[in-house]
Design a protein around this ligand. Structure first.
Ligand code: TPP
Ligand code: MG
Length: 116
């Protein structure tokens, strides 16, 4: 799921813990409600406004949100944010063990750009 989706529905992570659901979630974290940046850019062009302002109100950075801390606070296990595919595989293997034991695991997969 997206980082924005995570933040908009973070209470569901408590529900997963309350219901003791085995669950692993990978957050595709581009540190933005990015599809709204795309929307604001499009509207800015149509209305002859500066499209470089598209990030305003949508970018979730400086500091980046601590996604793992938010999930851990609601009963998930997690490690550190990751930034490349090799780390993703290792994290998923770690999460598989947690889920097979009936637990919940969060992965914060940080992308380098804002490309959505
Ligand atoms: C509760 C709620 N609020 C607002 C929206 C409008 N909305 C749809 S997608 C989106 C941004 C999603 O961001 P993210 O999950 O990070 O996806 P990205 O485009 O960055 O990949 C928003 C705010 C929504 N769908 N639901
Ligand atoms: Mg996003």
């Amino acid at each position: 799921m997206g980082d924005g989706d995570f933040l908009m529905g973070v209470n569901a992570f408590w529900t997963a813990s309350h219901m003791e659901l085995p669950l692993m979630v990978v957050v595709a974290n581009n540190r933005s409600y990015f599809n709204d940046e795309a929307h604001q850019e499009r509207v800015a062009v149509i209305r002859d406004r500066p499209p470089q302002n598209k990030w305003v109100g949508q970018r979730l950075d400086q500091p980046p949100v601590d996604i793992i801390a938010l999930a851990v606070a609601q009963g998930f296990e997690g490690n550190e944010p990751i930034t490349d595919a090799d780390q993703l595989l290792a994290e998923m293997e770690r999460g598989e063990k947690v889920v097979k034991a009936g637990g919940r695991y969060i992965i914060d997969a940080r992308r380098t750009g804002y490309e959505g």
